[in-house]
Design a protein. Structure first.
Lengths: 113, 113
């Protein structure tokens, strides 16, 4: 009964392709996030959604677009994949009001060839 | 612009001894700090947190110390156990960062039996 789940766990694809990573949380949280952990292990936030509104949008390429069909899901779409997109992507969620604790998914390792 | 830094990428400690993991930050507006623990192939999991109104928070074998004047916090694990072997991330946010957390690059702790 996973709190935050991501699919797929591994994704290997060619440059130029378009791919999506799905994320679901069953915690009833109001806010969901996407983080990127690069080869230097730096965990950097990309996006967050609160009640279907984008509230943080770091300076990531517009090839990356978050899509939230409902409060429990935040999917990450990536167009025209580049070699530098290879990283581990983590989804997370938190309750905006109250605890600042974020719950993370297991990560998706994306490899662009 | 890395606002949270963990300058030790790795640490090895004998079982039963104390592990001390350090974290420095640059943003004086940060007022909430967390430690996350991450095992391989899993997402980070929340370990312990501290608010800037405190200088110490203890939870079992884990204690976090905050030195606001030095913009420094540390995580003490005592006694260390082999199961504590993991990567530990420090994270921070503040009233002017919304719900955005800034993470350090992590310290890989190895507890030697």
């Amino acid at each position: 009964d996973t709190a935050v789940s991501q699919t797929p766990k591994y994704l290997v694809t060619q440059m130029g392709n378009d791919k999506s990573i799905k994320c679901e949380q069953n915690l009833g949280h109001d806010t969901m996030y996407w983080y990127k952990q690069d080869s230097k292990k730096f965990l950097k936030i990309m996006f967050s959604y609160n009640n279907k509104e984008l509230i943080i949008n770091e300076t990531v390429p517009n090839r990356f677009s978050p899509k939230s069909p409902d409060k429990a899901h935040l999917n990450l779409h990536i167009n025209s994949l580049e070699l530098g997109d290879s990283a581990v992507y983590f989804c997370a969620s938190s309750q905006l009001q109250g605890s600042n604790e974020q719950f993370f998914g297991p990560g998706t390792r994306l490899t662009v060839l | 612009d890395q606002q949270v830094k963990q300058n030790s990428p790795s640490l090895s400690v004998q079982e039963g001894r104390i592990s001390i993991l350090n974290c420095d930050y640059t943003n004086s507006m940060f007022d909430y700090f967390l430690w996350y623990k991450k095992y391989p192939a899993e997402g980070p999991t929340f370990l312990i947190s501290i608010s800037s109104i405190k200088d110490k928070n203890e939870d079992g074998r884990f204690t976090v110390f905050l030195n606001k004047s030095a913009k420094h916090l540390s995580l003490h694990i005592v006694p260390s156990q082999p199961g504590d072997s993991a990567v530990y991330f420090c994270a921070a946010n503040g009233w002017n960062t919304g719900n955005q957390f800034y993470f350090g690059t992590g310290t890989s702790l190895t507890v030697i039996p």
